[in-house]
Every structure is written in C-alpha cells, then in structure tokens.
Ligand binder design. Sequence first.
Ligand code: AMP
Length: 216
Amino acid sequence: MNIILLGPPGAGKGTQAARLQAARGMVQLSTGDMLREAVAAGTPIGLQAKVVMERGELVSDAIVSALIGERLDAASEQGAIFDGFPRTRAQAEALDLLLSERGRRLDHVIELAVDEDELVKRIVGRFSCARCGAGYHDSFRPTQVPGVCDVCGSTEFKRRRDDNEQTVRTRMVEYRAKTAPILPYYDARDLVRRVDGMASVEQVGAEIDAILDGTV
Ligand code: AMP
C-alpha cells in the first residue's frame, strides 16, 4: 500500500507517518527530513536547499523528485508513506511515473484538514530529542522532567530553523498556492480521503487506520 499524507506544515503528517511506520512496517519517505539530512551533511544539494528552506519556500521539483526516486526502492513491501511530497503538480506527475515504473500505484491521498492559526501555535514551540527524534512542544507536550527526553533520557534537544512565525507564514502561503491545488488532480481519480487534523493524535491515527483497513 502506498499513501500520501497531504496537509499544511504542522498538520501532523510527520507524527502520523512515524506512527504508521512503527505500527505497520511501512516506510516513511519525508522529503523535508531528506533535505535536512543533506543540509547537515553539507552536500551540494544541501547547500542549495538551505537558503530556500530558511525562507520557507519550495526546493526545486527536480531535486525533491530525485531524492524520492533514490529512496523508493528501499521502501518495503508494506509500502510507502509520502510525507511532505508531492508539493506541486509537477511532483505529483513525477511520483506517478516513479510508481508506475516500479509496477506500483497510489492507494490513498489522506488530506489532514486544519485551522491555519492553530498551526502557527503548534509549529512555533515544537522541538525534538536530538538523539531519538521524539517530538515535543513547549506548551502542548512538554517533557515530563524538564530538559530530559521521556523516551531515551537524553538531555540534548533541537529545534528546526524554519519553525519561526515568519517562515511558517511563508510555508503556509506556499502550501495554499502550490500544494493545495494538487488535490483536484487526485480527486479526479477518487483517491482523496479527508481527515480532521485538529483532533487528537490518537483520533487522527484511528481515522487513518480505518481508511487503510478499509473499514470506513
Ligand atoms: P517539511 O519538513 O516537510 O515541513 O519541509 C521543510 C522544508 O523543506 C519546506 O519548507 C521546503 O523548503 C522543503 N521541502 C520539503 N519537501 C519539499 C517538496 N516536496 N518540495 C519542495 N520543497 C520541499
């Protein structure tokens, strides 16, 4: 099964993708994570992407489509969860080609519908464990012991450079202008399922599970 999680920044795509990966053995393919790795490693792609990401704009279609192509073969038989990709019509077409070349197809496009003002609050304030990647939020999900990761006990945390209010607003504008318009492309194939992304993480997870299990 191959699915796309679609929604603006902060909608919960990464959280749900990580949950599905752990629960079902599907492989999370996050272009944002791949680009951040490239930036951290200082590769030519990373150097090019860094400035664009800090502005909250979109990296080129060619770069992100190539990154996905490289990782798609490693995605297990259980299938792939596309998280943060595709973000433009050109990327959606590139994904169709990459899948069909491998004899695979898309099963669902799950749209996480959310309130944008809430999103800014969700994003500004989030941080994660530098060792195990567990996600937290200053107000909504602090660590149980201040400064100590609940999961692995590490005391090192990190924040994304693009999780500040100004960049988040640009990321929202990019979403509305370039990413939301790809919904009709998938709607025409009857692939889109809408989930209330403002519900709790557990509730959103349960709704996604029901879609994947075909019980709704
Ligand atoms: P994300 O982690 O998905 O929020 O992505 C963080 C940033 O990486 C975005 O604001 C873009 O600058 C860049 N990025 C991630 N995925 C894509 C994509 N599919 N197309 C273009 N830019 C992307």
